[in-house]
Write a protein that binds this ligand. Structure first.
Ligand SMILES: *Cc1c(COP(=O)(O)O)cnc(C)c1O
Length: 354
């Protein structure tokens, strides 16, 4: 029996996806060769890359809408600077909703003027700012749709006429919304898409070509687009396993169906956090993330009792990020509602005993 894996990332993937990935490492589709020893220029791998790109566009509803998908390396952290390198000519706006936004801002400042359009830093990022004015002369506006560390999530995508760029690392493929509002979005694989090692970037065709600086080949979106993610050797295992996971998502009914399940899991856990007198949530209620639920024990004296209940129940990865403390339950697509029920049960046992 596997543990109930609530890890924030790298994180849970469907059992069958890991099984298929393991098989392909031994032998890819009766080819008598392993996935990780074939040429990335082989017909077999080009098909895998093509399917991965097509699935990413299909799941986000962007097929035939003037977008392209590419798979890069360097994680979401490299995207913090690649976005600015490729898009920031004069001035960019950033919505600062947590550690990851903050890091993106720091990188962007190397390339031009950065306006912090809104920030929730004043309350340790426990909410999503609203009611701010977005300047109209920005090269782009950048936001983090889900704040993995603090457990907040944009429920509404800001309305603006400037190009919208988003870090969706921890909620890509988790809920339906209108992805065509974005001109570029990216996601490091290891939260909700696949194993660490690749980053999905989806770009609108009309977005690029507006900055005057020279861009090194490896950092140029245009180069990677022109070479269809094969400018250099792609991370074949991470792309293949992400592709398998996207197939799995598609077979579940896509992000509509998974979005419903994710909302059910979140409702169940937040319901218990609010009902149980021993616990309190960290994030502002209306901004709570369906992916990462942050919460605390009101009495820290119960920590070891709760931790040992969780451990006995086979719960793993519940420790909060050091900048928030307490607990964080990450409920990515592959986590079943049964695992959430087990966690809720531990919270109730703690209440009965204290
Ligand atoms: C994990 C995470 C990152 C960092 O991703 P890396 O792939 O480690 O660079 C960036 N943004 C968000 C929202 C994340 O959750």
């Amino acid at each position: 029996m596997k543990l109930h894996n609530f890890s924030a990332g790298p994180s849970i993937l469907p059992q069958e996806v890991m099984q298929q990935a393991a098989e392909a490492v031994k032998e890819l589709d009766s080819s008598k060769l392993s996935l990780i020893e074939i040429s990335h220029r082989s017909k077999a791998f080009i098909q895998i890359m093509d399917e991965a790109c097509a699935l990413a566009l299909k799941l986000t509803g962007l097929q035939d809408k003037g977008y392209k998908a590419i798979f890069l390396q360097g994680g979401a952290s490299l995207q913090f600077l690649m976005t600015a390198y490729n898009l920031l000519e004069n001035k960019a706006g950033y919505l600062n909703t947590g550690t990851w936004s903050d890091k993106a801002i720091k990188e962007a400042k190397l390339f031009g003027e950065v306006v912090e359009v809104s920030s929730s830093k004043d309350q340790n990022y426990n909410y999503i700012p609203k009611g701010y004015e977005i300047p109209t002369d920005l090269d782009y506006l950048h936001l983090t749709t889900n704040n993995t560390i603090f457990g907040t999530q944009y429920k509404q995508i800001p309305e603006t006429n400037v190009p919208l760029v988003a870090d969706m690392s921890s909620d890509i493929f988790s809920r339906p919304f209108d992805y065509s509002k974005f001109d570029l979005f990216y996601a490091g694989a290891q939260k909700n898409m696949g194993p660490a090692g690749t980053t999905l970037v989806i770009i609108k065709d009309s977005l690029l070509g507006k900055v005057t600086r020279a861009i090194p080949s490896m950092l140029s979106y245009q180069v990677h687009l022109d070479k269809e993610s094969m400018f250099n050797t792609p991370p074949v295992f991470a792309v293949y396993t992400s592709m398998l996971n996207m197939r799995w998502i598609d077979a579940q009914g896509g992000i509509e169906a998974l979005g419903e399940q994710n909302a059910m899991k979140a409702t169940l856990l937040y319901g218990e956090i609010d009902r149980n007198p021993l616990f309190e949530g960290f994030a502002n209620k209306e901004d709570r993330s369906d992916m990462n639920a942050t919460f605390n024990l009101k009495d820290s004296g119960l920590t070891s009792a709760f931790d040992s209940l969780c451990e006995t129940a086979g719960i793993s990865g519940l420790k909060g990020h050091r900048s928030v403390g307490g607990y964080r339950a990450s409920m990515y697509n592959a986590l079943s509602i049964d695992s959430v029920e087990i966690l809720v049960n531990c919270m109730q046992i703690l209440e009965e005993k204290n």
